[in-house]
Write a protein that binds this ligand. Structure first.
Ligand SMILES: [Zn+2]
Ligand SMILES: [Zn+2]
Length: 438
């Protein structure tokens, strides 16, 4: 698939919808900084730019970007986002409000960084109705090209629809030499995709959610390289890192095209979001999104392995409510999500008695998912997190996350199906012992 030709297009898709790709340029080259001013000038007439970085990304790329822009008569207003108590900056309502207070009048915004800086810039640029671009410093997650922001608001992991960037810039030597745990986190986020797609098909088959085969193929076409040579990620082979960055960029584009996170976020993502929310309750630090998602993906693949063995599903009664004591001050927000999901769970439960629907789902899922051992081996060979100790989490904390993660989101996932079929809570301990312990 020649993916570059997708940029800056609108096309009628086989799925019956028209898809728009608002991202105009992806510039991955050693001289990306040289192209920066000219590309940005093609987007806006004015010359006022707000450049947002943290101290590390400013030192790596930001300073050079500022020089390149100033040399071409841009007026650069630079904002350095301070670190949080746990280290790097976070994308939450407090930081967002702080950033908006500093935000000058400008013609365009430029994020210099990866997950958090990109999200904060995207969010504030959207509030100010400004276009934005991002200069990526690590292949660490797929939010670069997405229109969504994933902040924590009042302690709850939320999705806000903003606008995707007009361009993504990156210098290969910067991406290749980024801290290895960031790159390995990127692999954790992208390895989730076959599972997210299976969950998307699950929602399509049981709840008639729109599914786009073309978008799912975009993602499938990108994973071959790192699945065959995961060790090339660990040893920083340029072709492997480029394949990983491309997979991240185009899975973000798939989310932008569809307008939801469905192509790239299913039940496997819930583990990461839940661990983040637990952190906001008890103040214990959490690990990087992609590292936690890697474990969630192994878990989800193990759940699918149980499900694919079932010939005739026997639905049990549903968990009627959330565990209110567990969620502390987040209790009302979580309950609200879960209550919105309950009618959908009822529909799924009813349709489970239809043998044809079940066989359709099993056939589709079997085509899509990979086994937990394949996913674990890929992460392991790449030097990515694959055990609870790797993400600095106790077994007890992981188990608690696994048993509560179905409660946080209104969209059903395979984790809900596992509860309906009694795979959860029964198999949680066995899955953790077999797949996430060593
Ligand atoms: Zn993700
Ligand atoms: Zn489509």
């Amino acid at each position: 698939m020649n993916l570059e030709k997708l940029l800056d297009t609108t096309f009628n898709c086989r799925c019956g919808r028209s898809h728009k790709v608002p991202i105009r340029n992806i510039i991955y080259s050693e001289d990306a900084l040289v192209h920066l001013p000219g590309v940005l000038s093609s987007f806006v007439d004015g010359r006022r730019i707000v450049l947002i970085a943290d101290q590390r990304t400013f030192d790596i790329v930001g300073r050079h970007a500022q020089e390149a822009l100033e040399q071409t008569n841009w007026l650069v207003h630079q904002i350095i986002v301070p670190d949080s108590n746990h280290g790097s900056p976070v994308c939450d309502d407090t930081t967002h409000n702080w950033l908006n207070e500093q935000f000058p009048s400008a013609d365009i915004a430029l994020a210099i960084g990866s997950g958090v800086i990109n999200d904060l810039t995207k969010w504030s640029a959207f509030d100010h109705d400004l276009p934005y671009a991002v200069f990526a410093t690590a292949a660490t997650m797929n939010g670069f090209t997405a229109a969504n922001v994933a902040p924590t608001i009042k302690g709850v992991k939320t999705l806000i629809r903003a606008r995707s960037p007009l361009a993504v810039f990156a210098v290969p030597s910067v991406i290749i030499n980024a801290p290895s745990e960031l790159t390995a986190a990127g692999l954790g986020d992208t390895i989730a995709k076959p599972l997210s797609t299976a969950d998307w098909l699950f929602n399509n088959i049981f709840l008639e959610e729109n599914f786009c085969r073309y978008c799912s193929e975009i993602i499938n076409s990108l994973e071959a390289y790192y699945f065959t040579h995961p060790e090339d990620i660990r040893t920083r082979q340029p072709a492997a890192i480029e394949a990983l960055l491309n997979a991240l960029l185009y899975s973000g584009i798939a989310m932008t095209i569809i307008g939801t996170s469905a192509p790239a976020s299913g039940g496997e993502h819930l583990l990461s979001h839940t661990l983040d929310m637990m952190s906001s309750i008890d103040g214990v630090a959490h690990d990087l999104h992609g590292r936690q998602v890697g474990l969630g993906t192994i878990f989800s693949a193990a759940i699918y392995q149980h499900i694919l063995r079932i010939d005739i599903p026997k639905p049990l009664s549903l968990p009627s409510d959330i565990d209110s004591t567990f969620w502390g001050h987040l209790f009302e927000n979580v309950r609200d999500q879960y209550q919105q999901k309950k009618p959908k769970l009822k529909t799924i439960r009813e349709k489970l008695t239809d043998a044809e629907t079940w066989q359709t789902f099993i056939a589709a899922a079997r085509q899509q998912v990979r086994s937990p051992s394949e996913i674990k081996n890929c992460l392991k060979s790449a030097g990515a997190a694959h055990t609870f100790a790797d993400i600095k989490c106790s077994r007890e904390r992981l188990l608690a996350a696994v048993l509560h993660m179905h409660e946080i989101r209104k969209r059903p996932t395979i984790i809900d199906l596992a509860w309906i079929l009694g795979i959860l809570p029964d198999s949680a301990d066995e899955i953790i012992d077999t797949w996430l312990t060593t």
